[in-house]
Design a protein around this ligand. Structure first.
Ligand SMILES: CC(=O)SCCNC(=O)CCNC(=O)[C@H](O)C(C)(C)COP(=O)(O)OP(=O)(O)OC[C@H]1O[C@@H](n2cnc3c(N)ncnc32)[C@H](O)[C@@H]1OP(=O)(O)O
Ligand SMILES: O=C([O-])CC(=O)C(=O)O
Length: 372
């Protein structure tokens, strides 16, 4: 038997799981979520529909949707002690790190922490879906020395999430676009964060641990952190010409351009980015300011011409969140908030049909004999 195995750097192209949750069908050009194309879903359905689809295996009727929303609302509040924990965090803590701490902290309140059965895991997932927007919003409020914002149960789930992070109730169109962004971020097969959560769950560790690991994964700017990085990059330019120059210089310096490229869609635009691009156009028209839209479009052309690269969702989500008036450090936490449902579904699937993740290596170090 050989000690050398075929090595795929970054597990590129390696199949890591059999799943009934989702699949990036690059042949048909579809993001399949429980059998439906996410882009088609996003044109007709909202975030709560997707939550129901992922956790209950079916699109909900109105009554089921109301029941789901009420269940999430009954889980909006966070432990008083968590506010105290956030007060102890150093001021410069990134909201993703505060979120990681928050999710880790609340695990101690779960009286059935050692129960991984599907029903208990599902209840836990609903609790997390209710709680995460509050953790995202109020860790940030406290870190920025503001008063906590209490959830408003008269608002829809997405409107309340928006309200808690901005302290403003959204207009109808703002609510619609924010909800669309949550739909688009909700689930995406086997990105690094989902893989991380499944790896953790495969030791029979719990949902909180798996999600805590996923927050850390998502924070990196090769993954979820790219949406914040895109906005910082856009803010470095004031005009289309300046933005084009900035990108050209970055490419000359062999820098990676945030918001472009994707392990799976490398040579095509991420279909979710197109949806967010339309939303950006809509916001630009409403606000009578299309500067960011024009800069982003020009950037697209530079990357296509120079590198044959196309935008991923983060490229257009960033300026959309900017035009919605959302603080930049919350862009990646919002991504996580939206992805909570996808991650919970994956952890549940892993627990239900588990095989410990434990890959091998090709050893390229030295071997020594110990002298006697
Ligand atoms: C919602 C999401 O999480 S989507 C991902 C968000 N992340 C980003 O936007 C970060 C920027 N993008 C990237 O770093 C990459 O495209 C990734 C990490 C997302 C995927 O890339 P990988 O599959 O690992 O491919 P890799 O990084 O090796 O790139 C392959 C080639 O394309 C180039 N490339 C890929 N993405 C970019 C980019 N954004 N800017 C410039 N060049 C790029 C690489 O430099 C490399 O070129 P080379 O072969 O000449 O060295
Ligand atoms: O699929 C990936 O690798 C990253 C991504 O787009 C996502 O998590 O939404």
């Amino acid at each position: 038997m050989s000690n050398v195995h075929h090595f795929y750097p970054g597990l590129d192209g390696v199949v890591a799981a059999e799943t009934k949750i989702s699949f990036l069908d690059t042949v048909q050009g579809e993001i399949v979520i429980k059998g439906f194309d996410l882009i088609e879903l996003s044109k007709k359905y909202g975030y709560l529909d997707i939550v129901h689809l992922l956790l209950e295996d079916k699109l909900p009727n109105q009554e089921e949707k109301n029941r789901l929303e009420n269940k999430l609302k009954s889980n909006y509040e966070i432990q008083v002690a968590l506010y105290e924990v956030f007060k102890l965090l150093p001021e410069q803590t990134h909201p993703m790190d505060a979120l990681r701490t928050g999710i880790s902290f609340i695990s101690g309140y779960d009286e059935k922490i050692d129960d991984r059965s599907p029903d208990v895991n599902k209840e836990r997932a609903y609790r997390l879906l209710g709680t995460v927007p509050n953790i995202v919003a109020n860790s940030y409020q406290i870190l920025t020395k503001k008063e906590p914002v209490h959830p408003d149960k008269d608002l829809s789930y997405s409107a309340n999430f928006f309200y808690m992070i901005t302290s403003r109730k959204p207009t109808a169109i703002q609510e619609e676009i924010f909800d669309l962004s949550l739909v688009l971020y909700s689930e995406h097969e086997m990105p690094n964060s989902t893989f991380t959560s499944r790896v953790i769950a495969s030791t029979q560790s719990d949902l909180y641990g798996a999600l805590t690991g996923a927050v850390a994964s998502l924070k990196g700017n090769l993954h979820g952190g790219a949406n914040e990085a895109v906005m910082h990059m856009l803010l470095q330019a004031k005009t289309v010409e300046q933005f084009e120059k900035l990108l050209e210089n970055k490419l000359l310096n062999k820098e990676k351009i945030m918001g472009f490229g994707h392990r799976v869609y490398m040579k095509k635009i991420d279909p979710r980015a197109l949806m967010m691009k339309e939303a950006l156009k809509q916001l630009s028209d409403i606000q009578g300011d299309d500067r960011l839209y024009r800069m982003c479009e020009a950037g697209e052309k530079v990357l296509e011409r120079e590198k044959g690269l196309y935008p991923n969702l983060d490229y257009y989500a960033a300026p959309v969140y900017w035009m919605l008036g959302i603080p930049i450090p919350l862009y990646t936490p919002i991504f996580f908030g939206a992805r909570t449902v996808g991650l919970c579904t994956h952890v549940m699937e892993q627990h239900d049909n588990n095989h410990l993740f434990r890959p091998r290596v090709n050893y390229i170090g030295e071997r020594h004999a110990l002298s006697k």
